[in-house]
Structure formats: C-alpha cells, structure tokens
Design a protein around this ligand. Structure first.
Ligand code: LLP
Length: 429
C-alpha cells in the first residue's frame, strides 16, 4: 500500500504527514532524522502535544477543571515541561514520578498522587513537596498516611479512590473500575472509609476520586460512574463530610485504527449538566488524561533489517521490538505501520516483527506494505505507553527520544548504550 503524498498519516495524527512522498513530523523529514540519529527512535511532535492539551482547554472554557496529566503515559522531561508550561497539573503514581515533575519545576499544588501501594518514603516526599491531594485506595493506606503526616507535622489532603463497579468496556488489562480489579475502595464501603479518614489525625478530606479504565471509546461508563459518585457524595453529606473536588479518572481513548473516541467537550458538557442538575455545580473537577494528551503525538521509527518469506507468512524483521513497544505483545494492541518513504511497488502482507527471541515479539500483523531491506517504518500512535514501558530485555539498550518543534528537532533522551546497561552490575570476587 502506498500512501499518497501530502496526506495525513492518520486522522488522529495531524502533525505527521507525507510531503513529497516522505513522512514528516511537522517540518522535519523522518528519513533524514532516522539516518542522522539511528533507529529505533521515538519521535514526538511539540505541536501535537500542544494541540491535544488545547483540545481540553477549549472544552473546559471557564469551568473549574484541573487537567492533571497522567504522566505514566509518557514521562520524558521535555513532555512534562511542555505540559507544565501550558499550566497542566500532574497525576503521579510513584516517588520517581514526583521527582520528575519537581525536576521540570511544575507546581506541586497541582499534583495528585494516585496508586494502590504508596510507600512511606513516597508519602513523606509528596507531603514535603506539598501535593494537592493523595488519592487513597484503602483504609490501610489511610492509616499509613495519617501516621506519616503526623510524624512530619503536616496535613495530608486526601480523596478516596472509590471503585464504582462500572464496566469501561475496554481491554481487561486496562479496565480499572470493576469489583474484580485491585483498585480503589468498594463504593458500598466508601462512607465508612471516609468516616475513618475523618477521625484520623494528619488527614483532611478534600475530594472523591475514581478511575474506571483507559482507552475509553464511549462516554456512558463515565456517566454511570459519575452518578454513583454523586450518590456517594449525597450520603457523605448526610454524615457531615463535604468535599472540594471530584476527580473523574478514566482516560479518553485515541484513534489507533478506526476508533472514533469521544471529545473532551462531549464528556465535560454532560458531566457539568449532571453536576448542576444534582446541585453540585460548585464542585471543582479534576481530570487525569494520559493517553489522549500524548498518544498520537508520537511515533516509533524502526528500520527493516531483513525480509523473510516462507510458505505461510512474509516477515519484516525490524530493529524495534517488544522491549521498545510492548503494547502489541501485552495487549495484542493495534498500531498502524507505514513506510516513511512509501515505494510504488506491489505490496505484500507482512508481519512486522522484532529481533527478540519470543514469538510474541511483533509490532504489527498482516500489514500491507511494499518493502525492501533498510526501509524505515513508522509505528503510529506510540506517544503513550511506548517508551515508558520499554525494557532492556535481550540486553537491548533503550531507544532515543526526539521532540520535533517546527523545522527543528531536539534529542530529549539519548540512546542508551550497552555500557549503560552493564554499569550497575558486578560479579562475585
Ligand atoms: N490516572 C490513573 C490513576 C491511571 O491509572 C491511569 C492509567 C491514568 C490516570 C491515565 O489514563 P489514560 O488517560 O492514559 O487512559 N499501559 C496501558 C494503559 C494503562 C493505563 C493505566 N492507568 C496501555 O498501554 O494501554
């Protein structure tokens, strides 16, 4: 399949397009970039990050909403800095992520700390930084946080992450709001947990939180969750417990192939309708989008090493692998694969696979491509849960990351070397 020139790569990827038969990120030709910097190479578009954030900002308008970027999706410092500049807050899930947001000078008062297994040191550091809120996931965590806060002479602002038991209708590994998931406090037990929180020293109740899943392509699960949370907030008020904000987690999906994900505006308009109808128009809203801010702002470049044909299949063996982009292996996720310089030749169906010694090491299956050895390919929608899930399996150094800005590009993470990998290891005397 050949892509016509000057066509957007994908509907969801407006900042990656073909110009004169060559795929560009903004104004940068990706064949040249690959030749200069080598592959595998993650390439992000600054304009795409900004556009994605702007999409939320416009949907929000004057309404009291804080966007806390779910930075687990892509925590490169350059990405974080961009969102910090745009005024975003951050949703963190570890002490490491806290250090990253502090490293880019983000405002800790806009940071919410999520996660099911926070350790005492992580709590201490977040308290010292002065985060906006801890999204607490169990009564045991309430007790630990209270103890740590007391010892530090600080007050921890808390929300309880409530599990509303709604089906987000997404991949089972990325649905988080069902009873069988490890996350949150069952909604039936939430009032009691809030009452416990109210009695514990060192804690101040400020919100209610939920997260129902990721890559949501339908808004109705959000509204089911919202209605349940509002019922809970009613019941809490009956016990004299009031809150300042509602954190409605659950990530809007992006377009990987033919999905038509809902827009932030479609979500927010209806959320505010319901808040107003229930008399909660004064509540502040926190959102924790990750994927929808970065997913289609990035691609992964990889070079064909060998083409291999057998009776059953054609394989394009490339230099990126499951250690670089785990999503296909882990979730059978679809990522588009395109030639950076498409050939005017007959296409074949290829399985695009990596060099790692696992049959599950594939990036795309049965893709119609006209290929030759050394061709450079772009794996689409790789801006979210790409580099952050990379590993060193098979002692493969992790890829470099580049941010394009107009006609310029900046290396925002150096390619790892094998020496880097061996550095921390030693043998016995
Ligand atoms: N907040 C919390 C508490 C989360 O657990 C998540 C994602 C987010 C925010 C961001 O959600 P998003 O907007 O990105 O959907 N590795 C998987 C995705 C795992 C998401 C887990 N939680 C993937 O590659 O699809």
């Amino acid at each position: 399949m050949t892509a016509p020139s000057s066509q957007p790569l994908l509907a969801g990827h407006p900042h990656f397009h073909y110009k004169h038969g060559v795929l560009h990120a903004e104004g940068v030709a990706l064949d040249i970039l690959a030749a200069k910097l080598g592959t595998p190479l993650y390439v992000y578009s600054r304009a795409a990050l900004r556009a994605a954030y702007d999409n939320y900002r416009q949907a929000i308008g004057e309404r009291p909403v804080l966007v806390c970027y779910g930075m687990k999706a892509n925590s490169n410092l350059a990405v974080l800095k961009e969102f910090a500049r745009l005024g975003a807050g951050f949703d963190i899930v570890s002490g490491g992520e806290l250090q990253r947001v502090l490293a880019v000078g983000a405002d800790p008062a806009k940071v919410v700390f999520s996660g099911v297994g926070k350790q005492a040191w992580e709590m201490r550091e977040a308290l010292a930084a002065g985060v906006k809120c801890f999204n607490v996931e169990s009564t045991a965590e309430l007790h630990r946080l209270s103890k740590v806060a007391q010892a530090e002479g600080r007050i921890a602002r808390v929300s309880l992450r409530v599990n509303p038991d709604v089906d987000a209708q997404t991949h089972p590994y990325i649905s988080t709001g069902l009873k069988e998931n490890k996350f949150g406090i069952a909604i039936e037990e939430a009032v009691q947990a809030y009452q416990t929180a109210a009695t514990l020293p060192g804690l101040k109740i400020v919100g209610v939180d939920c997260h129902i899943g990721s890559q949501l392509t339908d808004v109705s699960p959000y509204f089911d969750a919202l209605d349940k949370l509002l019922d809970l907030i009613d019941r809490m008020a009956g016990h004299g417990i009031t809150i300042e904000h509602l954190d409605l987690g659950g990530g809007l999906g992006i377009r990987y192939s033919d999905e038509v994900p809902p827009s932030p505006k479609a979500l927010l308009d209806e959320v505010f309708n319901r808040l107003q109808a229930r008399g909660y128009g004064h509540l502040h809203l926190v959102l924790e989008p990750g994927r929808s801010l970065v997913g289609n702002a990035g691609i992964l470049l990889t070079t064909v090493q060998f083409l291999k044909h057998n009776e059953a299949r054609n394989f394009a063996i490339v230099d990126a692998a499951m250690n670089d982009l785990l999503r296909p292996t882990l979730y059978q996720a679809y990522h588009g694969v395109r030639a950076v310089v498409p050939r005017q030749a007959e296409a074949r169906l290829y399985d695009v696979v990596g060099p790692v010694c696992e049959s599950g090491d594939w990036l795309g299956k049965e893709r119609s491509l006209a290929l030759e050895q050394d061709d450079v390919l772009a794996v689409e929608s790789a801006g979210a849960y790409g580099m952050v899930m990379a590993s060193n399996y098979n002692t493969r150094p992790r890829a470099a990351e580049v941010m394009v800005d107009g006609e310029q590009y900046h290396i925002v993470r150096q390619r790892e070397s094998v020496e880097d990998l061996l550095k921390g290891e030693s043998t016995l005397p």
